[in-house]
Design a protein around this ligand. Structure first.
Ligand SMILES: [Zn+2]
Length: 274
C-alpha cells in the first residue's frame, strides 16, 4: 500500500509523525464508453464554446460564480496562501464517545501508521483512546480543503474518518409529515419488535457481498468466453399483504422457516461426525 499523505498528529504538545493510507476501495464493475461503430474508447475534450476550440490545461483557470454568468478568478497560489498554518498536522481539538456521533457525519476512512520515530507516541495515543473508549476530533488540511476528522482505534492501529460539517447535512424538514403523530397499536408494535428479534444476528461483514455486482461479473465472464448467457428468472415475490398485522405474522413465520432451513444442514453434519 502506498501512503497518500505524510504529516503529524498533534495531541496536546505531543507530535506524532504519521503516514496516511486509503482504507477502502471501490469494487464496482467499471465500464468504458466506446464508439458503437469501431469500439474505440471515447475521448473527452475540454472546449470553449465561445472561442469554438479545444483548450489546453494551461489555458484553464478557476472561477467562482458570484452572480449569474459573472466569475471572479482565483489562482491555485491564492488558494494555497489561504490554507492555515501547520497544514501538515492533524490537529486534535477534543475527544468524544462514538455513540455521540451520528453515522451521517462519516465520509471516507483512512488508515494511519506511525512514520519514523513516531512509534512510541502513536502507541500512546492508540492505547489511551482504547482505554477511554473515545474518538479524537481533529482538523486537517487535505489538499486545499480543511476537513473535520475523527481518529479512533481500529484493529491494531488508528483509523481516520473524514466527516461532514453540519452545514453539509440537509434538513429533513422538506420531507414533510413522517408519521410522527400516528398511533400504532401495542399489539402491532409487539409483533414488529418480535420480527426484529427473530431477524437479529451478529454483524458478519463477509455475508454481505453485492449480489448484483457478482451477477454482472459472472455475466461478463461468460460473455468473454463466448458462452450463451442464461440467467435464472427471479423468484416471484409474494403477493402484497395489505393488512399490517397479517403482514407481520407472515413475516415472522417466514423468518422462522428461514432459520430452520439454515440450521438443517448443521444438524446433518453433526449426525455424520457422531
Ligand atoms: Zn474561449
Amino acid at each position: 500500500m502506498r501512503s497518500i499523505w505524510k504529516g503529524a498528529i498533534s495531541f496536546g504538545l505531543v507530535h506524532i509523525p504519521i503516514k496516511m493510507f486509503a482504507a477502502t476501495e471501490e469494487k464496482d464493475v467499471r465500464f468504458h464508453l466506446l464508439h458503437k461503430e469501431c469500439h474505440n474508447p471515447i475521448q473527452y475534450q475540454k472546449r470553449c464554446p465561445h472561442c469554438d476550440r479545444e483548450v489546453t490545461p494551461e489555458e484553464i483557470v478557476k472561477g467562482f460564480e458570484y452572480d449569474k454568468g459573472r466569475y471572479v478568478i482565483v489562482t491555485q497560489e491564492e488558494l494555497e496562501g489561504l490554507a492555515p498554518e501547520g497544514s501538515r498536522a492533524i490537529d486534535i481539538q477534543s475527544f468524544v464517545a462514538l455513540k455521540d456521533i451520528d453515522p451521517i457525519f462519516f465520509v471516507k476512512t483512512y488508515y494511519l501508521s506511525p512514520d519514523q520515530h513516531g512509534q512510541k507516541a502513536y502507541a500512546l495515543l492508540r492505547n489511551a483512546l482504547k482505554e477511554t473508549d473515545r474518538l479524537a476530533l481533529a482538523r486537517v488540511i487535505l489538499r486545499t480543503k480543511e476537513a473535520l476528522v475523527a481518529l479512533r482505534v481500529y484493529g491494531k492501529g488508528l483509523a481516520m474518518h473524514t466527516m461532514l460539517y453540519p452545514e453539509e447535512i440537509r434538513s429533513m424538514e422538506p420531507l414533510g409529515d413522517l408519521g410522527e403523530g400516528i398511533e400504532v397499536s401495542a399489539k402491532e408494535q409487539t409483533m414488529a419488535v418480535q420480527l426484529i428479534e427473530s431477524l437479529t444476528e451478529p454483524f458478519e461483514p463477509v455475508k454481505w457481498q453485492s449480489e448484483h455486482r457478482e451477477r454482472i461479473r459472472r455475466f461478463i465472464d461468460a460473455k468473454v468466453q463466448g458462452q450463451a448467457i442464461v440467467e435464472a428468472p427471479q423468484a416471484p415475490t409474494a403477493g402484497k399483504v395489505i393488512d399490517l398485522m397479517e403482514a407481520l405474522k407472515a413475516s415472522i413465520q417466514q423468518a422462522k422457516a428461514q432459520q430452520k432451513k439454515e440450521e438443517a444442514p448443521k444438524k446433518e453434519r453433526r449426525r455424520k461426525t457422531s
